[in-house]
Design a protein around this ligand. Structure first.
Ligand code: SAH
Length: 246
């Protein structure tokens, strides 16, 4: 196997402070660096991510992942969180590193991906993260998952209405789903609103921002579950939410 270069991630303490009013401590920085190295290593076997340069990784995996949850940072002790379609562990792993009090389930339908994420959890000795292999549509039918989460994250998973159908049934009443999106328009919000209503939720708020280094356009859509009734038929059977969004 070829020798793997292990470039150092930038610390960006002031940038974290300025943009998220939060700074990683020495322990967080070590874990971010170790995560980065494990991703680079894993990328040799698996197609995990194309984002491999240190500043890119910092911006698009670490910063982007935490930016989505930063509005929820306070009054959120000991939350139960699920990252749906986590892939190589994003945004779930950076969030789990930054919030050791949150219990995070990293869900993906591909066993190779969850096996990799589990190896990262083991190597970092993380006690607040577990992996789960399966499809969101099926996981939703299990009583130990359905309507049990405070927060559901979806990034680069599916069209927004599909993400809503996967995420909202997993939430407790009052829980939030975060849809990490790039470009987003009012028409997208209109299109999503009907779906969210059917699922017993509301579009609570939307944040628009640019990534701090390359100024990429981002939106995070925050859905809140407000009702528990009428939603038992959702999500529909495997692949239906993806092929025929509500
Ligand atoms: N969230 C990551 C990965 C995005 S790729 C990131 O932002 O980098 C989308 C991932 O979702 C893939 O790993 C795929 O296996 C998984 N996925 C797609 N549909 C799914 C479903 N219905 N349930 C669970 N995982 C799903």
């Amino acid at each position: 196997m070829s020798e793997i270069k292990k470039p150092l991630l930038p610390e960006m303490l002031q940038m974290w402070q300025k943009t998220l009013s939060w700074q990683p401590d020495a322990g967080h920085l070590l874990e971010f660096q170790r995560l980065y190295e494990l991703i680079l290593e894993g990328n040799q076997q698996l197609n995990l991510t194309r984002i491999t340069q240190p500043r890119d990784f910092w911006e698009k995996h670490l910063w982007d992942g935490l930016r989505g949850v930063s509005p929820l940072w306070i009054n959120a002790d000991d939350w139960r969180v699920i990252d749906i379609g986590t892939g190589a562990g994003f945004p779930g792993l950076p969030v789990a590193i930054a919030r050791p009090d949150w219990q995070i389930t990293l869900l993906d339908s591909t066993g190779k991906k969850t096996a990799f994420v589990q190896s990262v959890i083991d190597k970092l000795g993380m006690e607040n993260a577990v992996t789960l292999t399966g499809r969101a549509e099926e996981i939703n039918r299990h009583p130990q998952h359905r309507a049990t989460y405070d927060l559901a994250l979806t990034r680069a998973l599916a069209p927004a209405p599909t993400c809503a159908e996967y995420a909202l049934p997993l939430l407790k009443i009052g829980g939030l789903a975060v849809l990490y999106r790039g470009h987003w328009t009012d028409a997208d919000t209109d299109n999503l609103s009907d779906t969210v209503t059917k699922l017993g939720g509301i579009v609570d708020f939307i944040e628009r921002f640019s990534t701090p280094l390359t100024k990429g356009e981002r939106h995070c859509i925050y859905l809140r579950k407000v009702a528990g009734e009428r939603v038992t038929e959702f999500p529909r059977l495997v692949s239906t939410p993806d092929r025929h969004p509500l």
